[in-house]
Design a protein around this ligand. Structure first.
Ligand SMILES: [Zn+2]
Length: 494
């Protein structure tokens, strides 16, 4: 039974939560000295520890602990003064030890929050915990049609990823966002990614898997006060997919409940191509991981002074930057969001820093340049034009040397590698012509070519002069100083 998203929201209230895994950008792995670089030949970045060979002993990477504390502090969490690692026991070929070293009932960071902005509204998302663990290896199933283990002829395992430090950031359930639940979920992941990037603890590349989300969704009848059974959609690997996964689960669960059936507690897989989730492993019977404290590692007890010094070294976080720029540039929250969503915050800030007005910087980066970036399918910050170039173009417009149309041509020239804005103006001969002697000839020609219009203007219909201005602009390929042309026309016809 199919229920549209709108129908589902009329009857049901959604609750979502997110578990986000983030690979930390440490130089070496969590419990050994192997390098963590992405893309190396399979099984070249391994040692007895991360291969789980008998007799090898793990040693905690201090830098990873520091990174996890940075994350915890940025998410307003309490930092445990004492905590332990635990063994999570399960068998899978990408887990060479048959257990994963993780944290269980004693996580490093607990009980924080992250404020996220969406649609001009701020929603506070509670953070349950931030804990450290090690990543698993990566398996490749060969010979089957689907790339899954079912039907494969054989499987290969790459242990380069095994033992890379991973933090898991778990939100509290987020109720009360109603219709906006999918957008708030996406906004949370966006904000979290910005925070992690600002902290410098991870490259947060969702497409390379260094940031991966599991999305929990449930719905319950509106006004019932109850919470429904939740499903967990695994490995949702883009911001857009987070939004789509929540949306499609809400519709699917509404269909199940409307048919008088019950939602099964299970993991589900999200399909990028169709935008729907399909059933995975049932979680009706809780899997027993037989957690126990990791006997090969000493507890982690970060000293207060160390935590304080990490806190003092935190950079300006996205929420603080948001407040600062909204105030300094007199923006609404929606205007700020459009800048952020266009990936233009850094370049606009840099353009303002070299002298452009915030309004001019926004106008060029969000207008012409965003269009060019979109045409090329790249980020606006990846265009071959610098904030200084854009500031210079804005200054030339302000000085009257360029009008907007000419400025767009200068931008083209810079993007084509023809040099700096001034060089492009020079080479292409693009400066506005405001010299009267050059303009008067064009004005007289236009008047001669449109005697009827000229007559109207002479008769007092000043608005008709626009047609003559247009003719002059066309004749001068847009390079004439339009306000001056208008003055000259009115002078000569008065
Ligand atoms: Zn190793």
């Amino acid at each position: 039974m199919t229920v549209t998203y709108e129908e589902a929201l009329q009857k049901y209230e959604p609750v979502f939560g997110l578990e986000t895994h983030v690979e930390l950008g440490t130089r070496t792995k969590m419990f050994c000295g192997c390098p963590t670089a992405f893309g190396a030949e399979p099984n070249t970045q391994v040692c007895p520890v991360c291969l789980g060979l008998p007799g090898s002993l793990p040693v905690v990477n201090q830098r990873a602990i520091e990174f996890a504390i940075r994350i915890g502090l940025a998410l307003n969490c309490s930092i445990a003064s004492w905590c332990r690692f635990a063994r999570k026991n399960y068998f899978y070929p990408d887990m060479p030890k048959n257990f994963q070293i993780s944290q269980y009932d004693e996580p490093l960071c607990t009980d924080g929050y992250l404020d996220v902005l969406t649609g001009g509204e701020t929603v506070r998302v509670g953070i349950e915990r931030v804990h450290l663990e090690e990543d698993t290896g990566k398996s490749l199933h060969v010979g089957g049609a689907t790339g899954r283990i079912q039907g494969a002829e054989y499987s290969l395992v790459d242990y380069n990823r095994s033992g890379i430090p991973l933090v898991e950031i778990v939100t509290k359930p987020v109720p009360g966002t109603g219709y906006l639940a999918p957008e708030v979920a996406r906004a949370y992941v966006t904000e979290l990614r910005d925070v992690l990037r600002t902290l410098g603890v991870s490259d947060v590349r969702m497409e390379e898997g260094s940031m991966r989300c599991d999305v929990n969704t449930s719905i319950a009848a509106r006004g019932s006060g109850a919470w429904g059974t939740r499903t967990e959609t695994k490995n949702v690997n883009s911001l857009r997919s987070v939004e789509r996964a929540v949306r499609s689960e809400i519709s699917r669960q509404a269909g199940v409940l409307d048919a008088g059936e019950r939602v099964v507690q299970e993991t589900r897989h999200f399909h990028e191509d169709t935008g729907v989730t399909t059933s995975g492993r049932s979680k009706e019977e809780a899997q027993d991981y037989r957690y126990f404290p990791e006997p090969d590692l000493v507890p982690v007890a970060p000293a207060d002074e160390w935590v304080s010094s990490i806190r003092a070294s935190l950079p300006e976080l996205p929420s603080a930057r948001r407040a600062r720029l909204i105030s300094a540039w007199s923006l609404s929250e929606l205007e700020f969001e459009s800048l952020r969503n266009a990936g233009a915050l850094d370049v606009v800030e840099a353009t303002v820093a070299v002298g452009a007005s915030p309004a001019d910087a926004r106008k060029w980066w969000l207008g012409e340049l965003a269009r060019k970036a979109n045409d090329d399918g790249i980020e606006v910050s990846a265009l071959p034009i610098t904030p200084s170039d854009v500031a210079r173009i804005a200054a030339l417009v302000k000085a009257g040397t360029l009008n907007d149309r000419l400025a767009r041509e200068v931008i083209d020239g810079v993007l084509w590698g023809e040099g700096t804005p001034d060089e492009v103006v020079e080479k292409r001969g693009l400066a506005v012509v405001s010299d009267d002697s050059a303009l008067i000839a064009a004005v007289d020609e236009a008047i001669a070519a449109h005697p009827d219009v000229a007559e109207k203007v002479r008769g007092g219909k000043v608005a008709a002069a626009g047609a003559l201005v247009g003719a002059v602009m066309k004749a001068t390929r847009g390079q004439a100083d339009a306000p001056r042309v208008r003055e000259l026309i009115l002078e000569r016809l008065s």
